[in-house]
Design a protein around this ligand. Structure first.
Ligand code: T3D
Length: 263
């Protein structure tokens, strides 16, 4: 068994990062944050990687902050929760959103607290039927973090965002999919196969255009209609000057499979 807190495996152009503290439901320690960020940085610079899958070892995806770890005040020092969020969760959420390739969360079990919101901040979330999402913060006197305050109302609207965050109730994956919080919920036995098929498909698509798609959609959330249309035109111009657009059009006209390379 590996001591690594994040297991890194590669299948074709798909890099899988597995949070590996199963005895504590893969809750985040400072050390696991450091390993995850290093693994994401490495994937970002590796031109052979065209899609990332983030998942958890054992029966959980991630139970959020490890409540025994440094900064939590359990060693008699004052809790430095603000510092933990600034040093670890904020850069992690921003790193995922700035990856040059799509990031899929493969939610294999419970995703609680910041563990839920880090999953929701990925581009696509595929969850097993037995998985669940818990905004666990209110139960310990905190507010949602890991991007939850931004993500939840945008994904499911204010009423559901407030309901999920205030109650801290466990939301089964099937309900999460039904309310549009996640992309798909599948049978437990189909989770790995479904997610890998999706990842392999995304890996064949033009990575730079997929990353730009994420960006323009996120940008548009804070824009009026006219500004979003202008932003689309600007980014479309950038995309159209890149190799992958010429390749996509040529492949279509020549009735062959395209070979995309931009990242
Ligand atoms: O510094 C900061 O705090 C800032 C950042 C905050 C971000 C946050 O994420 S705050 C929210 C932190 N997370 C939680 O409050 C969730 C705590 N966990 C739970 O409520 C439950 O474990 C679950 C609902 C997620 C799952 O319940 P269940 O019954 O399936 O499992 P369990 O028995 O509670 O947990 C299994 C083991 O994992 C257990 O250890 P043991 O008794 O077998 O040795 C449990 O203590 C451990 N574990 C689970 N979550 C955490 C944890 N250990 C440390 N920290 C955890 N968050």
């Amino acid at each position: 068994m590996s001591d690594a807190l994040v297991l890194v495996t590669t299948q074709g152009a798909v890099r899988t990062l597995t949070l590996n503290r199963p005895a504590a439901l893969n809750s985040f320690t400072a050390a696991m944050h450091r390993e995850l960020r290093a693994a994401l940085d490495a994937a970002a610079t590796d031109q052979a990687v065209r899609c990332i899958v983030l998942t958890g070892a054992g029966r959980g995806f991630c139970a959020g902050q490890d409540l025994n770890d440094e900064g939590m005040g359990n060693d008699g020092t004052p809790a430095d929760v603000e510092g933990v969020v600034e040093r670890h969760y904020k850069p992690l959420a921003l790193r995922i959103r700035s990856m040059p390739v799509p990031v899929i969360a493969m939610v294999n079990g419970v995703a609680a607290g910041a563990g839920a919101n880090i999953a929701l901040g990925c581009d696509l979330v595929v969850a097993a039927k037995s998985a669940s999402f818990i905004q666990a913060f209110s139960k310990i006197g905190l507010v949602p973090d890991g991007g939850g305050t931004w993500l939840l109302p945008r994904l499911v609207g204010r009423a559901r965002a407030i309901g999920l965050a205030m109650t801290g109730d466990k939301l089964p994956a099937e309900e999460a999919a039904a309310m549009g919080l996640i992309w798909r919920c599948v049978d437990d036995a189909a989770l790995a196969e479904t997610t890998m098929a999706l990842a392999q498909k995304l890996a064949t698509l033009p990575s730079a255009a997929l990353a730009a798609t994420r960006r323009v959609i996120d940008d548009a959330i804070g824009m009026d209609y006219a500004a979003a249309l202008g932003n689309e035109a600007k980014v479309q111009g950038e995309m159209s000057r890149a190799h992958d657009f010429a390749e996509g059009v040529a492949a279509f006209l020549q009735k062959r499979a395209p070979v995309f390379r931009d990242r």
